[in-house]
Design a protein around this ligand. Sequence first.
Ligand code: ZN
Ligand code: ZN
Length: 398
Amino acid sequence: MIISVGKIIAGAIDEASSDLRKLSLVIHDNPELALEEKAACQLLVDYLENSGFEVQRNVAGLSTAFVSTYVSSAGAHGLNIGFCSEYDALPGIGHGCGHNLIAISGVAMFLAITRVMDKCRIPGTVKLYGTPAEEAIGGKITMLDHGVFDGTDLLMMLHPTAGYSGAWHSQCCLSMKIEYFGKASHAAMAPWDGINAGTAANIAMLTMGALREQLKPDWRTHGIITNGGQAANVIPEYSCIEYTIRTSWASELDILRERTLRVFEAAALATGCTHKVTEEFAYLDNQDNPVLGQLYEEIMESEYHLPPERGVGGSTDFGNLSQKFISLHGMFDLAGTRVPNHTVEFTKEARSAEAHRRTTFAAKTAARVVARCLVDEGFWKQVKRAHEERQQNSGDHK
Ligand SMILES: [Zn+2]
Ligand SMILES: [Zn+2]
């Protein structure tokens, strides 16, 4: 059974491969930032509609989000499987995270599993979620809050990086904007009349640096001053910094958040400024499923003859989905060149033929993992048990 299913999966993805390559290159060559991915969204929606699938647009109030839904010809009374596509780029370096490849990997897995359900007469529902703004505000979190993923039994997505893994425990991540409000004054004639918002930003940056001494090794804090004043001869009346904090577990993020907020408040107090903190949605850690992850890694290893690499660092809005749903965030090796994500070199590799070949292989691999869940009840039970265990243990990390 599993061998013929494997052939159906490979056939569906190979058949679509040249079309997927074209989609990937157009998205890559026209990088669009978070929430501005209009052309990429349109391209994917057109492709799905031309392939005969229904697509719902403007999902969760996001103009560049979509959901395509397929109901098996054998009926809907089976598993509800979801795949995620991302397609946002990074400022300055374009597709330096390879989201053009993530976009087509989602489509590839969707096509493969709809074909499997159809040919093998397996009941169920398959959805492809077009999830914008992963690099900025976390479109998946907004979609989750709007109930877009309700009823999902299993969610999958793939991401290119250096090395492959079925067990990426990503970091929780919270980004904040901190504004200081002071009083402008001539910096030479009457500096004593001013309240220096630029100094507040500096104190905040330095104190965050000092705080690092007492952070756990796997925690991260990093930030920039985006506005430190307008002119050297004016005491700045306004300053702004952007800061991100990361921890391995959600319970730790609350602790680090409290300490960080105290630092920002202290800088205001020290300078006499007032301040305002605007927090983004928190990205939670990715709760990998060891049963799904192991099968994914076994198939990947049979191709690459290299062990998996479970690196640390980095965050994804898929983490919030993984806290709720059984899921796999599979990592695959971009092109065998080991360039890191978020670099111009990664951008270049993300349009290579080798990256495309590896993307389609990873999609076939992940689709085979999904197919196993569909046809092997014992395996699916193990997957569910592993998810429950993970959920029970995730709160023990203070
Ligand atoms: Zn990224
Ligand atoms: Zn990414």
